[in-house]
Ligand binder design. Structure first.
Ligand SMILES: Nc1ncnc2c1ncn2[C@@H]1O[C@H](COP(=O)(O)OP(=O)(O)O)[C@@H](O)[C@H]1O
Ligand SMILES: [Mg+2]
Length: 249
């Protein structure tokens, strides 16, 4: 479980997170939704120890990562897989070598064992027929799937996704959405997804939290979140409908 309390992160005068408190339950997909520039990536980077908050605690399996030794931090980091917003593959490596990279880089196991895992995770994301392809030969959705396999291969307990569907056409986005849901159902991992994509939220979120003005201002089940008087409805769905109306659509 991830237990965040009173998290503050600022960059000079820019106070981005202002006392964010939330609990991320295990074996669920939690979606944190919020508009661009609100601090979603900053929050995820804080959870990975890439940003040091000015104040607050982040307990990951009861270990406070804001106040622990480097050795403990590395141990906790190994439980986390992160799919960055940019999610870039290495252009000069094949699909196979991209996915093998975390294991070959860390020299964690022999070649036969690595081979087995690479094939397993590429199969899981339905990319087993593209082992020797170069990233330049793949569509945006396929690249994202390979990036997901590369993250999965270290078998993290927690998987964080930063805007997994951003920049994709609707067809590729749908493929990635289905993949995330499938991984969630088959592996029962704990996923945390930050996004401003309401379709993605609706499709994969078990629980939905709204980040606004430095806080999680609402966290509910998906059913509640999509009800007409919820804050999430007010902030995302209704605003979109209003803009459409104002513009005569
Ligand atoms: N490394 C950084 N240095 C300075 N400002 C940053 C840094 N990272 C993020 N910010 C600022 O924090 C705010 C939130 O950014 P971000 O978390 O990327 O938003 P988003 O919700 O779109 O992911 C923005 O104002 C951004 O400019
Ligand atoms: Mg972001």
């Amino acid at each position: 479980m991830i237990d965040v309390k009173d998290l503050h992160v600022s960059f000079n005068d820019n106070h981005v997170l202002k006392g964010l408190t939330t609990l991320i339950e295990e074996q669920q997909a939690t979606v944190i939704i919020g508009r661009s520039g609100i601090g979603k990536s900053v929050f995820l980077r804080s959870l990975c120890g890439l940003i040091t908050p000015q104040k607050g605690t982040i307990l990951i399996d009861e270990e406070d990562i804001t106040n622990c030794s480097r050795k403990k931090m590395l141990k906790i980091r190994n439980k986390i897989g992160m799919l960055f917003q940019e999610g870039a593959l290495f252009d000069s490596l094949t699909v196979y070598d991209n996915v093998a990279f975390p294991l070959t880089y860390h020299k964690l196991m022999d070649r036969a064992a690595i081979d087995k895992k690479v094939r397993k995770y590429l199969e899981l994301v339905e990319m087993q027929n593209f082992l020797e392809a170069m990233p330049s030969e793949l569509s945006g959705g396929m690249k994202r799937k390979v990036a997901i396999a590369r993250t999965m291969i270290l078998e993290p307990k927690y998987l964080f996704y930063d805007e997994p569907t951003s920049g994709l056409d609707p067809y590729s986005a749908a493929i990635v959405e289905i993949m995330i849901k499938k991984l969630q159902e088959e592996l029962n991992i704990t996923s945390l997804i930050v996004t401003h994509d309401i379709d993605l939220t609706n499709f994969i979120g078990d629980s939905i939290a709204l980040l606004e003005d430095g806080f999680i201002i609402e966290k509910t089940s998906k059913v509640e979140a999509f009800k007409k008087n919820s804050l999430i409805y007010e902030h995302f769905i209704k605003k979109r409908e209003r803009i459409q109306q104002v513009n005569g659509y």
